[in-house]
Design a protein around this ligand. Structure first.
Ligand code: GTP
Ligand code: MG
Length: 413
């Protein structure tokens, strides 16, 4: 086995380079994002650095032998060619002599070679030749709107893991595919203890549900604490004051919850009001101005303001479940300078597909903390992310729940 490093602006490009440079057997086993240049973290160029594994090349000899045999078979019956053929066949026999099993390998390699040739010359036949289990998995992935790059990765994995015979067992193929998807998505698992006051900040594009989610969280902390946790005192902040009625929206919701509420205009005011509350509240939730991911200058200003919340502040990026994978990746990229810890995905109730979200989370390597699935501001519509629930929601897959639970509890221990 050999390992290499590949660098490109996206994971998909790394995958293309990996194939071009190191062939079909090579695969990416881990990747990370690096940034260079830019101003205050914005406008920086991003690249993916991927670690590539190339499994040890076993079939060198057999490849050579099969090419020899193929050449021999292609030769015409002229005298010169007959001689050539005899030479080639004896060379092949010599190679065979090196390993008693090579004869069988040669036959297999030749069959494979023929198959590849026919696929290359007749691409339409390709899909028809595909094993039914692969076709079914691909259909299910498509149904869930997984990105093409994610689909390719998983199909490659299935092809690597399963022999032709093993592919006949569709339920095992399906199980392994789900296991693979689940392992690629990180779940945020921080459960304290937290330094008091815990400061939680929600950032994200406009209209995705930040304010609604803040209220769901606040209601949960104040009135429906998790098992073994106490009810908390909560203060709600908004830095969304410039927009007409924006502070009114959170103010009214805070009044319903009987929570403390503060709308601030600038860094100094935020600093001052936070300082007044650090000793009196368990949790401070900060709502922010919804920003288009393209508004880099405004985002830089907001980042500066939020620095007042301190390095321990938990920043969560919020976006809606129906956003396309490419849109989510763009949002994640543009909000990266905020060093958000995890992601909150909203409006799950408005879509049946989650593949777009899971593909983007896997590509960016960011953990999912919460999902929300309802307009009402009660905590009933916010849930801590759970990988089994996410997999259960996928369309077209039948889950072996017990086995998946056993697998994920063993890797999350
Ligand atoms: N269906 C559904 N709607 C939601 C959910 N969360 C929020 N909404 C709705 O989305 C709309 C926008 O919600 P807000 O909480 O105001 O969104 P925001 O991100 O604060 O918006 P800005 O402050 O304008 O950036 C409202 O109509 C909410 O009721 C959810 O989980 N499901
Ligand atoms: Mg809002």
């Amino acid at each position: 086995m050999e390992t290499y490093t590949v660098q490109a602006p996206t994971l998909a490009e790394c995958q293309v380079i990996t194939r071009e440079r190191y062939g079909d057997r090579a695969y990416i086993f881990q990747h990370k994002w690096v940034k260079s240049g830019g101003f205050l973290g914005f406008f920086a160029k991003e690249n993916v650095i991927a670690s590539v594994i190339v499994p040890s090349p076993k079939p060198d000899l057999s490849k050579y032998a099969s090419s020899v045999i193929k050449k021999a078979q292609d030769l015409d019956n002229t005298e010169r060619e007959r001689q050539e053929k005899a030479k080639l066949l004896s060379a092949a026999a010599e190679v065979r002599g090196l390993d008693p099993n090579l004869q069988a390998i040669l036959t297999q390699v030749k069959l494979l070679g023929d198959k590849i040739d026919s696929k290359l010359t007749a691409p339409r036949q390709n899909a028809a030749d595909e094993h039914e289990s692969i076709v079914r998995i691909r259909d299910a992935l498509e149904q869930n709107d997984f990105s093409p790059a994610f689909q390719r990765e998983i199909i490659d994995y299935v092809r690597r893991e399963f022999s032709i015979e093993a592919l006949n067992d569709y339920s095992e193929v399906q199980y392994k595919a789900l296991e693979w998807i689940g392992a690629r998505v990180k779940i945020y698992s921080d459960s304290g203890p937290y330094k008091r006051p815990r400061i939680i900040v929600l950032i994200g594009p406009t209209g995705v549900g930040k304010t609604t989610t803040i209220c769901k969280l606040a209601a949960g902390f104040m009135y429906y604490p998790a098992k073994n946790e106490e009810k908390q005192s909560v203060s709600l902040f908004t830095i969304d004051r410039y927009r007409i009625a924006a502070d009114k929206q959170l103010g009214e919701l805070a009044a319903c919850l009987q929570a403390d509420f503060m709308a601030v205009d600038d860094e100094d005011e935020l600093k001052k009001e936070l300082a007044l509350r650090v000793d009196s509240f368990d949790t401070i939730l900060v709502d922010t101005i919804g920003r288009s991911p393209q508004a880099s200058v405004e985002l830089a200003g907001m980042k500066k303001m939020l620095e007042v919340c301190g390095a321990n502040a938990e920043v969560y990026l919020t976006f809606a479940a129906s956003t396309k994978t490419s849109g989510i990746i763009e949002i994640m990229r543009q909000f990266e300078p905020f060093n958000y810890r995890a992601v909150i995905v909203t409006k799950l109730d408005e879509t049946k597909q989650m593949g777009n979200v899971l593909s983007a989370l896997a590509e960016r390597g960011k953990p999912l903390a919460y999902v929300t699935d309802g307009q009402s501001t009660t905590p009933y519509y916010i849930h801590k992310a759970n990988i089994i629930k996410l997999l259960t929601n996928l369309q077209g897959f039948v889950l072996d729940r017990e086995r998946l639970e056993a697998f994920f509890s063993s890797i999350h221990q």
